[in-house]
Design a protein around this ligand. Structure first.
Ligand code: NAI
Length: 334
């Protein structure tokens, strides 16, 4: 029996990379039935919102979605659709695996880590106000419940994947109450995982360490804002946004999406690298128990990447989005 999955193509390069991911997943033989729903900036003229209710309803019903990027206008207009989705569906864990892929240019080798970012609170709770005309205040909210939940997710993941260390990233030396509470929650959870080492690193030092010795880290657990910043740094370590997959996981569902945004400069030009979206789809297949299809696609990606002619411009090649997807499909069939 096939599983119904919500597909949100999104804005900018979204429809191109979502189309590529769908083509590859369909060719893998995975038993997926797609329910495609539109969300994004382009919906505002007709619906008055980038996130019509039917999108949330579709994901609530199907419990699993593969989502393209959505444009968030800076400083004005609508609240980020991504933040709204994560909060509305309580997708509390943002999970971003980082690993070197053969033939993807990177300054480093031997990187194999997972970044686990808290997804629902911190400065992203959206509590902001003006204090008079010339000052603005954003409230950073950290709770023990959300910190404990994300810490537990990180340690469970480490245990499942046989990883021996979790690194908690914080700035508790300055934000003694908020980051102090986060750290305290992580320490408490760590006591239930005696076989896994807990390491604590201040976020600024972490950025330097990641640039110098990324291979030392296995699982990072971070509050929302540091997680957002550090995970783009992480994408840069393994070849850039074009190859960085992600997932937002909650108790009642999951939305899989690439780390990158809608890249409006290259939208509609068949230039976007579809790998980040395809790899997000591979992680979705694993989540759905479609291990065979996930492995088939992963092997085909390695074969496709071994031919430089298949690489997209961000990886130093001159191939298009569609051609990269088709090269992967061909590799699966041969
Ligand atoms: P971006 O990720 O769209 O682009 C950053 C740089 O990476 C650009 O040079 C872009 O051309 C390149 N790039 C991104 N994805 C690529 C791909 N698959 N292949 C090749 N090159 C790629 O980030 P930016 O410019 O900060 O954001 C653009 C819009 O996307 C904004 O409105 C932002 O809010 C939104 N955004 C949405 C996200 C989501 O829906 N999950 C995540 C991040 C940003």
């Amino acid at each position: 029996m096939s599983v119904r999955v919500t597909l949100v193509p999104g804005d900018g390069i979204g429809p191109e990379v979502a189309g590529a991911a769908r083509e590859v997943i369909d060719a893998s033989g995975a038993a997926i039935e797609w329910e495609t729903v539109e969300a994004g900036e382009h919906m505002i003229p007709d619906y008055g919102t980038p996130l019509p209710d039917y999108v949330l309803n579709s994901i609530r019903k199907n419990k699993v979605a593969l989502k393209g990027p959505i444009t968030t206008p800076i400083g004005k207009g609508f609240r980020s659709v991504n933040v709204t989705l994560r909060q509305a569906l309580n997708l509390y864990a943002n999970v971003r695996p980082l690993a070197n892929f053969p033939n993807v240019p990177s300054r480093y080798a031997g990187i194999d880590m997972v970044i686990v970012r808290e997804n629902t609170e911190d400065l992203y709770a959206g509590v902001e106000h003006m204090v008079g005309p010339d000052a603005a205040e954003s409230i950073k909210i950290i709770t023990r419940a959300a910190s404990t939940r994300i810490a537990r997710y990180a340690f469970e993941l480490a245990r499942q994947e046989g990883r021996s260390k979790v690194t908690a990233v914080h700035k508790a030396n300055i934000m003694k109450l908020s980051d102090g509470l986060f750290l305290d929650a992580v320490r408490t959870v760590a006591r239930d995982f005696a076989e896994i080492e807990l390491e604590e690193v201040i976020v600024d030092a972490m950025c330097m360490n990641l640039v110098q010795f990324p291979e030392r880290y296995q699982v990072l657990v971070l509050p929302n804002l540091y997680g957002d910043i550090v995970s783009d740094l992480g994408a840069g370590l393994v070849g850039g946004l074009g190859v960085a997959p992600g997932a937002n996981i909650g108790e009642d569902g999951a939305v899989f999406e690439a780390v990158h945004g809608s890249a409006p400069q290259i939208a509609g030009k068949n230039l976007a690298n579809p790998l980040a979206m395809i790899l997000s789809g591979v992680n979705m297949l694993k989540y759905l128990g479609e291990q065979g299809a996930a492995e088939k696609i992963t092997k085909a990606i390695i074969v496709a990447l071994s031919d430089k002619a298949n690489l997209t411009p961000d990886l130093g090649g001159s191939n298009g989005t569609q051609e990269m997807a088709r090269a992967i499909v061909r590799a699966m069939r041969s």
